[in-house]
Design a protein around this ligand. Structure first.
Ligand code: SF4
Length: 222
């Protein structure tokens, strides 16, 4: 498929340019099936680029196993990020974990703050968001400003879920083990449901929330 070779060349060219400018580049991944094409691309372009995994401690065991499998297979430089707030202090007055009563704050301490620390000492954040995933993401540009004068680079922003599937098929990439059980988007276990009508529909079901904040809070205000 020609488009895959063209995209690989285009993204490789962009990363080479950023490196030639002396930029410190990082990426992040939630290690779901649809994340894997970008990780595969990065591994083919420069597998020394750090891939941060926001390890909240609430993931499915299958996700952790899949992360380890993919990291090994692609020889990725994967780094787990943890919240500085111990789980003991992630509970509300009723002794429930915050995801039950304050999911936005739970995401903030487990995802936003750890990633923000990474961005303080880097220049470019490669993020695998796509326009066809959510209303927020549909408004992104390929390059956006991030916090601390960073640049967000969204190399597969215009890819569709069909293109993701074509890429996975072409390279016979492993799929997340929960996908066959009906999970289209797999995040933290307490906040993920099986859902079949849209890619991210199973996240925070019953709430208006559709983003954890990585792609809303960590974007420079225009
Ligand atoms: S997705 Fe759920 S469990 Fe994970 S950090 Fe956000 S609120 Fe907490």
């Amino acid at each position: 498929m020609n488009w895959i070779a063209e995209e690989t060349e285009r993204i490789g060219r962009e990363i080479s340019r950023l490196k030639a400018e002396g930029k410190k580049i990082v990426s992040s991944s939630s290690f779901q099936s649809h994340s894997i094409p970008l990780l595969h691309l990065i591994s083919r372009i420069d597998n020394s680029i750090p891939i941060y995994f926001l390890n909240t401690g609430f993931h499915f065991a299958e996700t952790i196993a899949y992360k380890n499998e993919i990291s090994e297979l692609f020889q990725l430089n994967t780094i787990d990020l943890h919240s500085a707030t111990e789980k003991l202090f992630q509970k509300d007055s009723m002794d429930r974990f915050l995801y039950a009563s304050e999911p936005t704050y739970c995401c903030f301490i487990n995802k936003i703050l750890p990633m923000d620390e990474v961005l303080k000492v880097n220049d470019v954040w490669i993020a695998g968001v796509r326009k066809d995933q959510t209303g927020t993401r549909s408004k992104f540009n390929e390059y956006e400003g991030g916090p601390h004068d960073t640049t967000r680079f969204h190399p597969i922003l215009s890819w569709t879920s069909k293109m993701i599937h074509e890429y996975q098929t072409m390279f016979n990439l492993p799929v997340h083990p929960l996908e066959s059980q009906g999970y289209l988007s797999v995040g933290c276990e307490p906040c993920t449901s099986k859902y079949i009508s849209s890619e991210r529909g199973g996240r925070w079901q019953g709430l208006k929330k559709e983003e954890c904040g990585l792609h809303t809070d960590l974007v420079a205000k225009k």
